[in-house]
Write a protein that binds this ligand. Structure first.
Ligand code: ADP
Ligand code: MG
Length: 705
């Protein structure tokens, strides 16, 4: 690759013939296009195949954009007044007739069209009042075909924005693309070495770019897409795996080669129930890591209630057996306290010293704790962000466990690492299943362990949808459950943009619950994010201790509260929640042996997507299935767990929900290249290294861990 400063592709877009300062500004403001290269990588989002003409007789309402050939036999204007007036052309092709309908630009279009002349019509068939028509189709004379030397019959359609459309429409983008390719097509540096292109039958980069914009035929379009996806995935995986290989070489880890008294005693005497096969497997995976001399970097995925805490405890006991300290960092005080309580219960009177450190730990206790910690008297420290404060100094931190990892920023975690000269082993636990393809890109340099099995005896949560007219029935059911000694959550949405409205709903909701469940017979508590920590804890504790029957809350309870006696989750305005969140909420119940219920209250009018989400919830309890589906519906950028950090890469052409197979294949290819040439120093791989360095200069791969 030539020095990238000389690269014509880095020319500012303003210097492209046809652009100029004003358009350049718009292209930047609306599409973030700065350079020639940015425009070149602005791909059509769909294509119209002009090689295929449909007969009017063949048209059905489910067809995508199609093309017709024929003439317009009559024109009429119907409706009165602004916005109601419409222009209707009757179009015929010898096999039938169809109406072409326009609501805007009536005069202009009417003047443009001549009767009894041949036209090509593009549009999407549309069913209206039992009739098929086309709204705002494109109407062209057969002569006005795509001008210029990249003529093609498959036309790219570029996505646009409201602001852009009036000034730079699709035709303009096509024209600019045309100018651009004329200038650069012979100067596009190849990014994959010949041996790879030969082996995997990939188009050259310049052929691929030409055909993605101006496909010569469907076959070349498919090949172009494949080559560009390959490229995109290849460099992501190369970046991740190259740095991971390097780091693995550099980061010696503590060797935990003993499984000793603590672990064995616990296993023999304290384990209250047999481990699930999945728990055994993941503990084994982690034991192997920690015994290998390399630093462990592992993501533990397991659905809510799958028993991750116990896994964490067991590997912390192994750390203790090898003379090391360990810690668990949880995102909230409630969670940290819960971990602490359950760890203490598991350990009973075992000789392992565990301490809790949170924001509300008293100053005097802290001083003692800090001393014990640095002297090595504490084996396991459990806490919140308080763990990363400077005063917290371990004697020898060998293992750090992080719960619900997406709540912690990368820097916060890095601070924990810095507490030890040798990096401690790291285990990150998440209850938000991440689709495999996403895990491979976003968390690509973590190894992944999966608990895909719930402890035996759990009854799947029964999930039902109700609308408001059934509220009395739902309340009746809640009363029955309370009479049986069960507890209930009622959760309201909390969405940043309409926070104050949401709090109002919550308050109204709380009042109506208290009216329907009057004290003193019933005790209802409320918990939300605007409360003082002390009040929140007070309410929480009433519920956790079983003194309150009902907890009314915003989605703050989403994170990991464990009250096995709570058997009903009522989700208000369920249509406003995303799938991942619904699943998390549902996971709060079904933790005990009793049959649990998730009742989703929804409005009458639901969008198609909302309906689909609720149906999927009713259909399955499987978090991984839900995560995959979530990604399919919303796209990978919105998946929980990536929202905060964001996808570290902008994917221009790959769709992680559909291109999983290619991703797996590409990853294998990259692995085999690095196995043979970990430094990318072979001649044939020089190009890879140069490109990777150029990319890394712009994106920091090290931030993905
Ligand atoms: P999560 O994975 O959501 O963090 P927890 O670790 O809180 O799940 O475990 C949920 C509940 O299941 C806890 O009460 C825990 O004691 C219990 N549990 C964990 N492992 C098993 C097992 N193998 N058999 C039965 N119950 C288990
Ligand atoms: Mg948990």
């Amino acid at each position: 690759m030539s020095d990238f400063r000389d690269d014509i592709l880095n020319t500012k877009i303003m210097y492209l013939p046809g652009v100029g300062p004003k358009k350049a500004e718009l292209l930047f403001g609306e599409l973030e296009i700065v350079t020639f290269k940015d425009l070149l990588y602005y791909f059509p989002f769909r294509y119209i195949d002009r090689t295929r003409f449909y007969a009017v007789r063949e048209i059905g309402p489910d067809l995508p954009y199609i093309q017709l050939y024929g003439e317009i036999v009559s024109v009429s204007i119907e409706g009165q007044g602004r916005g109601k007036k419409r222009l209707i052309f009757r179009f015929v092709d010898g096999t039938g007739s169809i109406d072409l309908v326009f609501f805007q630009g009536l005069t202009w279009i009417k003047d443009k069209i001549k009767l009894k002349q041949k036209y090509i019509v593009f549009g999407k068939p549309n069913l209206f009042n039992g009739q098929i028509n086309m709204v705002h189709p494109e109407i062209d004379s057969p002569e006005t075909e795509n001008p210029g030397n990249f003529s093609t019959n498959i036309n790219g359609i570029y996505s646009s924005t409201e602001k852009l459309r009036s000034y730079i429409g699709n035709k303009m983008i096509v024209k600019l693309m045309h100018n651009l390719l004329n200038l650069v097509r012979n100067k596009i540096p190849e990014t994959l070495p010949d041996y790879l292109r030969d082996k995997y039958k990939l188009l050259s980069l310049s052929e691929a770019l030409l055909n993605i914009h101006f496909p010569q035929n469907q076959e070349l379009l498919a090949q172009a897409r494949n080559r560009l996806k390959f490229d995109e995935l290849f460099y992501i995986q190369l970046g991740i795996l190259y740095h991971r290989t390097k780091r693995a070489g550099a980061n010696q880890g503590f060797v935990f080669d003993r499984v000793g008294e603590h672990f064995n005693y616990f296993f023999k005497n304290n384990l209250p129930f047999p481990l699930t096969e999945a728990q055994k497997r993941v503990v084994r995976e982690m034991r192997n890591d920690m015994g290998s001399g390399k630093q462990m970097n592992r993501l533990l995925q397991g659905d809510v209630g799958s028993g991750k805490t116990l896994v964490a405890l067991m590997i912390m006991l192994i750390a203790a057996d090898n003379g090391f300290q360990s810690c668990i960092m949880a995102p909230t005080e409630i969670l940290a306290t819960q971990h602490y309580t359950s760890v203490m219960q598991f350990l009973k009177e075992m000789d392992v010293k565990v301490k809790l450190l949170t924001g509300s730990t008293k100053k005097s206790e802290r001083t003692v704790l800090y001393n014990e910690l640095i002297e090595g008297k504490i084996n396991i420290l459990i806490g919140t962000h308080a763990l990363i404060e400077d005063n917290v100094q371990f004697k020898n931190l060998g293992l750090a466990v992080i719960d619900e990892q997406h709540r912690f920023g990368v820097e916060q975690r890095a601070k924990l690492w810095s507490k030890s000269e040798t990096l401690p082993h790291v285990m990150v636990m998440t209850a938000t299943p991440i689709p495999r393809t996403l895990a491979m890109t976003v968390y690509g340099d973590l190894d992944v362990s999966i608990i895909d099995e719930l402890p035996p005896g759990r009854k799947p949560v029964k999930t039902l949808v109700f609308n408001d007219s059934k509220r009395l029935r739902v309340f009746g059911f809640l009363k029955e459950q309370i009479a049986q000694g069960r507890q209930i959550y009622v959760v309201y949405p909390l969405i940043k943009e309409s926070e104050s409205m949401d709090y109002k709903y919550l308050e109204d909701g709380y009042e109506s619950i208290v009216r329907a469940f009057p004290p003193p017979k019933y005790v209802t508590v409320v918990v939300h994010g605007k409360m003082k920590a002390a009040d929140k804890d007070f309410s929480m504790n009433l519920f956790v201790s079983g003194k309150a029957n009902i907890m009314v809350a915003t989605s703050v309870i989403e994170v990991g509260v464990n009250v096995p006696n709570a058997s009903v989750m009522v989700i208000e305005s369920a249509e406003r929640f995303g799938l991942a969140q619904l699943h998390q909420l549902r996971g709060r119940v079904g933790r005990g042996a009793d049959q649990s219920y998730c009742l989703m209250m929804a409005g009458y009018k639901l969008s198609k997507e909302s309906r689909k989400r609720l149906e999927l919830m009713v259909e399955t309890n499987d978090g991984f299935k839900i995560a995959e589906e979530d990604m399919r519906m919303r796209g990978p950028g919105d998946i929980e767990g990536t929202q905060q950090s964001g996808l570290p890469f902008k994917l221009r052409i790959t769709d992680l929900s559909k291109d999983g197979e290619l991703l797996e294949a590409v990853r294998k290819i990259v692995e085999s290249i690095l196995l043979k040439d970990p430094d990318l120093s072979l001649d044939e791989n020089k190009m890879l290294k140069t490109n990777l360095e150029n990319i890394s200069a712009q994106k920091d791969f090290s931030k993905i861990s």
